[in-house]
Design a protein around this ligand. Structure first.
Ligand SMILES: Nc1ncnc2c1ncn2[C@@H]1O[C@H](COP(=O)(O)OP(=O)(O)OP(=O)(O)O)[C@@H](O)[C@H]1O
Length: 621
C-alpha cells in the first residue's frame, strides 16, 4: 500500500500503512504525538501467541529512542560463501522505552518490514524529523566519570551500559575521567561549554553536587551576579545536568527517576527529559560568604558526625556509612544550636512534610508548578522596602513573599522572635513567627531514667541527641525507600527542616528505624519536629566555649545549663561534603538547576508489563 503522508513540515503528520511485524500484517499509524501498531486482521494469532502479547502498541514520540535501518549486510554467493553487500533496506527498527517495575526503564526494539525501500525511507525520515521537531534532546554531552565513587565501577558502568545507548541516540560524548576531587568543578569553570547541550556525571551525589556547584558558579559569574551577596537573585543556568548513578547512596537519582539504575538514567538523558529542582545556598553565618550549594541533605549533629567518621573509612566502600552510623549512634552526642527560620507558605492544604497523607511529589507535580509561578511573580514584584514592611505580619496564610532580601526579613522578624525551650513547647504550636529554638541539655526525669536504664555505666549521661537536618529532596535511597522526608518536593522552593532533640539512644533508634521502614511516620515523636521553610539560620556557641550566650548578644537570655564542660561542636554534612563552619545561613532558590529527569512517575505498583517473549518487540526486561 502506498504511504499516505500529509506533509512532515506541516503541523500535523499523519502516516498510515500496513507493515509486517513478526510475519503478521499490522496497521501502523504515526502522528505528531504517537506511533501505534495494531493487528490488521481480527484473529491473526493463536491463543498461545496472544498470551505472550501484552504490549500496548502505542508509544509517545518522545519515548522513541531512535529509528534505524536494518541493513541486510550479507548475501550468499553462487559458491555458497557469504558476501558482504550493501542493500537499500526495506526494514526499519524502532527503539522504544519500556517500563519495568520499580521505575526501571529499558529499551525494546520493534522491527517493521516495509514493502519496498522507498516506503521504509519515508517512515524513517518522518520519524526522525518528528524526533527533531518535538523533542529537546541533547546531541553533545560532557561526561565526567569518577573512578573512585561507590564501588569504583563508574567507568565499567559507563562503558558497558551507557555508551551504547548514547551512540544509538546519536549523542556524541566527550568523556573525562576525574583525577581528583574538584577536578570536574574546576574544568567546568575554566572552559567554554557552549558546544555541549548538557553535562553528565557518572558517580554519586558528591560528584553531582560538584557539577551543580560548577554550573551555578559559572553561569552566575558570567551574568555578573555577586554570589557572596545574600540579596542576589541567582540565575538558572541553561545547561542541564544528568547523573548516571555509580555512587554509594545515589539519592539524586532515586529522587528524580525513582531508582538508581544506570540504564534508566541514561534513557532519561537521551529522550531529553527536563525538570528544574530547588537548590540551597549555604553561607558562612559570620561572614556572609557563600560556602557552597546544596541539593539533597544538609545535616548537623548525627549526619555531620557520620560523614566525618566515614571519610577516613572510604576504603570500605558504601558499607562505611552503616559502620560509621553505628559508631556515631553509640556515641549519641548532643550539640547546642539556635535556629531561626522563615516558614514556607502552604501551597495546598496537605502541603506539609509532617502529614502522612501529605501531597507526594511525582512527575508533573502541581505543587512544584505553582511554586515556580509564584517565584516568577515574586521576582517581578521585587521591592526590598515592600518586604520589610510586610515581613512582620508574615503568617502561613499571607501571600507568598519573595525572600530575596532575606537579611531585611530576618532583621524585621527578630522583633517578634521568641526564645523557647523545644522540650517545653512543640514547634507545631508555633505559627506565623520565626522562632529560635535551642536544644535543651537537661533531660526530663523520664528520659533520664530511660537513659540510665540503657546506658548503665555511662556516667556522663550526655546522651542528648540533637540533630538538624534540612532535606531539599526527599533523600530516598536503597536503605530509605520512602526518603528521610517522604513528602518533600523537588521544586516547591522550600526545604524540610527536621529537628531531633533530647532523644535517648532508644528513642533515636526508634526514629531511625521508622526512617528506614515504611511502618509509620518518623516525625510522629515528641522529640522530633518538622517544618517546611524557605530559609534558616543556625548559630552555635563558639568552639570550646562553656557559655552558649557567646553565640550572639541577641541570644544572651538563653540559659546555659552546663557551664563547666566545653560545649562540643559538630560539622555540617552538605551533600556528602564536610562544612567545618557550624554557623550558617541557608536559603532555598526555587528550581535553580535543570536536570535530565522528569521526577518519579506515578503508576500502579503491579503494572502490566511486556512479557520477555513478547512477539511485538524483542523483550529484554
Ligand atoms: N579521581 C578522584 N579521586 C578522588 N576523589 C574524587 C575523584 N573524582 C571525584 N572525586 C570526589 O569524590 C567524591 C565522592 O564521589 P561520589 O559522590 O561519586 O561517590 P560516593 O561518595 O561513593 O557516592 P554518594 O555521594 O552517592 O554517597 C566527590 O565529592 C568528588 O569530588
Amino acid at each position: 500500500m502506498a504511504p499516505s503522508l500529509e506533509g512532515v513540515s506541516s503541523s500535523e503528520v499523519n502516516l498510515e500503512d500496513v507493515l509486517t511485524l513478526a510475519n503478521k500484517p499490522f496497521n501502523v499509524k504515526l502522528n505528531n504525538k504517537h506511533i501505534s501498531w495494531n493487528y490488521k486482521k481480527k484473529q491473526p494469532f493463536s491463543n498461545k501467541e496472544k498470551k505472550n502479547w501484552t504490549c500496548k502498541n502505542k508509544v509517545p514520540i518522545e519515548e522513541v529512542i531512535a529509528v534505524e535501518y536494518v541493513e541486510r549486510a550479507s548475501k550468499q554467493t553462487e559458491d555458497g560463501d557469504m558476501e558482504m553487500v550493501s542493500l537499500n533496506s526495506s526494514i526499519f527498527r524502532l527503539h522504544i522505552i519500556k517500563r519495568a517495575p520499580k521505575y526501571v526503564w529499558r529499551m525494546k526494539a520493534v522491527e517493521l518490514h516495509c514493502s519496498n525501500s522507498a516506503q521504509c525511507a519515508l517512515w524513517v525520515d518522518t520519524i526522525r524529523s518528528l524526533l527533531e521537531k518535538y523533542t529537546n534532546r541533547p546531541k553533545s554531552l560532557l561526561v565526567f566519570i569518577n573512578p573512585y565513587g561507590g564501588k569504583r565501577k563508574a567507568k565499567k558502568i559507563f562503558d558497558e551500559k551507557v555508551a551504547a545507548i548514547f551512540d544509538l541516540a546519536g549523542i556524541t560524548s566527550h568523556v573525562i575521567i576525574t583525577e581528583r576531587a574538584d577536578h570536574a568543578k574546576e574544568y567546568i569553570q575554566s572552559r567554554d561549554l557552549n558546544r555541549y547541550d548538557g553535562i553528565v556525571c557518572v558517580g554519586g551525589d558528591g560528584m553531582f553536587a560538584e557539577l551543580l556547584n560548577g554550573v551555578i558558579n559559572l553561569h552566575n559569574t558570567r551574568m555578573r551576579v555577586d554570589l557572596d551577596d545574600c540579596n542576589s537573585r541567582l540565575m538558572q543556568p541553561p545547561m542541564r545536568i544528568g547523573v548516571i548513578p555509580a555512587g554509594s547512596t545515589d539519592t539524586v537519582a532515586y529522587c528524580t527517576t525513582g531508582i538508581n539504575d544506570a540504564v534508566t538514567s541514561a534513557l532519561h538523558i537521551v529522550v531529553g527529559d527536563s525538570m528544574a529542582i530547588d537548590v540551597c545556598s549555604v553561607r558562612n553565618g559570620l561572614t556572609g560568604k557563600l560556602i557552597r550549594f546544596c541539593v539533597s541533605m544538609l545535616g548537623y549533629g548525627f549526619y555531620g558526625d557520620v560523614l566525618r567518621d566515614s571519610e577516613n573509612l572510604r576504603w570500605m566502600g558504601p558499607v562505611r556509612y552503616d559502620y560509621s552510623g553505628f559508631r556515631t549512634f553509640l556515641k549519641n552526642r548532643s550539640y547546642d544550636a539556635m535556629i531561626s527560620y522563615l516558614p514556607s507558605q502552604s501551597l495546598q492544604d496537605n502541603h506539609h512534610p509532617g502529614l502522612e497523607d501529605g501531597l507526594r511529589c511525582y512527575s508533573g507535580c502541581q505543587v512544584c508548578k505553582s511554586a515556580s509561578l509564584l517565584d516568577l511573580n515574586g521576582s517581578l514584584s521585587l521591592d526590598p522596602s515592600a518586604i520589610s514592611d510586610t515581613a512582620c505580619s508574615l503568617t502561613p496564610t499571607t501571600p507568598e513573599l519573595d525572600v530575596d532580601d532575606i537579611s531585611v526579613m530576618y532583621k524585621t522578624l527578630s522583633t517578634s522572635m521568641t526564645n523557647i525551650s523545644i522540650a517545653s513547647r512543640p514547634m507545631s504550636t508555633l505559627s506565623g513567627v520565626s522562632p529560635r529554638i535551642r536544644g535543651k541539655r537537661l533531660l526530663g526525669s523520664l528520659l533520664l531514667s530511660i537513659h540510665f536504664f540503657l546506658a548503665v555505666n555511662d556516667t556522663a549521661c550526655i546522651m542528648h541527641s540533637f540533630c538538624i537536618n534540612a532535606l531539599t529532596i526527599s533523600c530516598k535511597c536503597s536503605t530509605v525507600p520512602e526518603g528521610v522526608s517522604p513528602a518533600c518536593h523537588l521544586g516547591d522552593g522550600s526545604t524540610d527542616l527536621v529537628l531531633v532533640y533530647d532523644a535517648s539512644r532508644f528513642n533515636y533508634l526508634r526514629h531511625l528505624i521508622r526512617i528506614t521502614t515504611k511502618t509509620s511516620s518518623q516525625f510522629d515523636f515528641g522529640f522530633v519536629d518538622v517544618m517546611r521553610v524557605k530559609a534558616f539560620k543556625v548559630r552555635v556557641p563558639a568552639q570550646g566555649s562553656t557559655d552558649s550566650s557567646q553565640v550572639s548578644t541577641s541570644f544572651h537570655r538563653l540559659e546555659n545549663v552546663e557551664k563547666t564542660t566545653p560545649l562540643p561542636v559538630s560539622s555540617w554534612n552538605c551533600d556528602g561534603e564536610i562544612i567545618e563552619e557550624p554557623n550558617i545561613d541557608v536559603r532555598v532558590h526555587c528550581q535553580l538547576v535543570k536536570l535530565f529527569a522528569r521526577g518519579i512517575e506515578s503508576y500502579p505498583t503491579k503494572m502490566k508489563q511486556c512479557a520477555p517473549n513478547c512477539i511485538s518487540c524483542d523483550g529484554i526486561l
